[in-house]
Design a protein around this ligand. Structure first.
Ligand SMILES: NC(=O)c1ccc[n+]([C@@H]2O[C@H](COP(=O)([O-])OP(=O)(O)OC[C@H]3O[C@@H](n4cnc5c(N)ncnc54)[C@H](OP(=O)(O)O)[C@@H]3O)[C@@H](O)[C@H]2O)c1
Length: 215
C-alpha cells in the first residue's frame, strides 16, 4: 500500500473508526448514523457499518454527505448545515437510530438522541464542534438517554493501543481486497501545512488532508 495509507485509512483514523465501531457492534438491518462522515474517521466508520449489514446514514457539511452516500452505497447522506437538518435526519431514519458514531458535538448528537431507539448505543469519538469553545454543551434531548436506556460509549484510541497490531492486519486486508477505500487530498510542500490544516477544519474535500514534504 502507499505509505500515505498508514497516515489515514490504515493509521490513527482507520484504527479510531474500528475501535468505535467495535463498541457499537452494529447488527444487520440496524440504522447506524455517522457524523463528520466525509472525514477519514467517518469514511471508515461508514464502510465498517455497511459491511456489518447495517443501514448507514452519513452526516457531513454541504454536498459532501450525498457524495459519501453515493460513493459507498449508503442509505442517505444528510447535510448538517441545512436549516431543516433535524427533519431531514428524521426522514432518513424512519425506524429510529440504533447506533451512532459521534465525531462532532451537540448540533448532531441532540437531533440523533431525539431519534434514539431502545438500548441505542452512541460511540463518543470526538467533539470537533466544541474544541475551540469552553462553554457548556447543551442537549435538549438529554432525557432520552434515561427513557430509552441509551449507552454513551466514550473512547480514546490511546486506551486501546494493544489492539492496534490486530486492527492494522484487518485494515490492511480490507484495503488490499478493495473492501475499504477512501480518498486523500495531498498538499504539496512544508509551507502548505497551515493551509492544509485549515482546509481540514473547514471541511474542504473528502477524506484525509496530507502534506507531502519530500519524495
Ligand atoms: N477518540 C479517539 O481516540 C479519536 C482519535 C482520532 C480522532 N478522533 C476524533 O474523530 C473525529 C474525526 O476525526 P478526523 O481526523 O476524521 O477529522 P475530520 O472528520 O476530517 O474533521 C474535520 C471535519 O469536522 C467537521 N467539523 C469541523 N468543525 C465543525 C463544526 N463546528 N460543526 C460540525 N462539523 C465540524 C467538518 O466536516 P463537515 O464539513 O462535513 O462538517 C470537517 O471537515 C474528530 O472529532 C477527532 O477529534 C478521536
Amino acid at each position: 500500500m502507499p505509505l500515505s495509507a498508514y497516515l489515514g485509512i490504515a493509521g490513527h483514523s482507520g484504527f479510531t473508526a474500528m475501535v468505535g465501531m467495535n463498541l457499537l457492534d452494529p447488527q444487520p438491518g440496524q440504522t447506524v448514523v455517522v457524523s463528520s462522515a466525509a472525514g477519514m474517521v467517518g469514511l471508515v466508520a461508514c464502510q465498517l457499518a455497511k459491511r456489518a449489514g447495517a443501514r448507514v446514514v452519513a452526516i457531513a457539511g454541504g454536498g459532501k454527505a450525498e457524495r459519501v452516500a453515493h460513493l459507498y452505497g449508503l442509505a442517505a447522506g444528510i447535510d448538517h448545515s441545512a436549516p431543516d437538518f433535524p427533519v431531514l435526519l428524521a426522514s432518513a431514519c424512519p425506524n429510529g437510530v440504533d447506533r451512532h458514531f459521534e465525531n462532532v458535538g451537540a448540533k448532531i448528537l441532540d437531533p440523533v438522541l431525539e431519534l434514539a431507539n431502545d438500548t441505542a448505543r452512541i460511540a463518543l469519538c470526538g467533539l470537533i464542534q466544541h474544541y475551540g469553545d469552553d462553554g457548556p454543551i447543551c442537549l435538549s434531548h438529554f432525557r432520552k438517554i434515561l427513557l430509552k436506556g441509551v449507552s454513551i460509549l466514550p473512547f480514546s484510541i490511546y486506551r486501546h493501543e494493544e489492539d492496534y497490531p490486530a486492527a492494522l492486519r484487518d485494515l490492511e486486508a480490507m484495503i488490499l481486497s478493495g473492501a475499504l477505500h477512501a480518498p486523500e487530498t495531498i498538499h504539496d510542500g512544508f509551507d502548505a501545512i497551515p493551509d492544509a490544516f485549515l482546509a481540514m477544519l473547514a471541511g474542504h474535500g473528502i477524506g484525509k488532508h496530507l502534506v507531502k514534504v519530500a519524495d
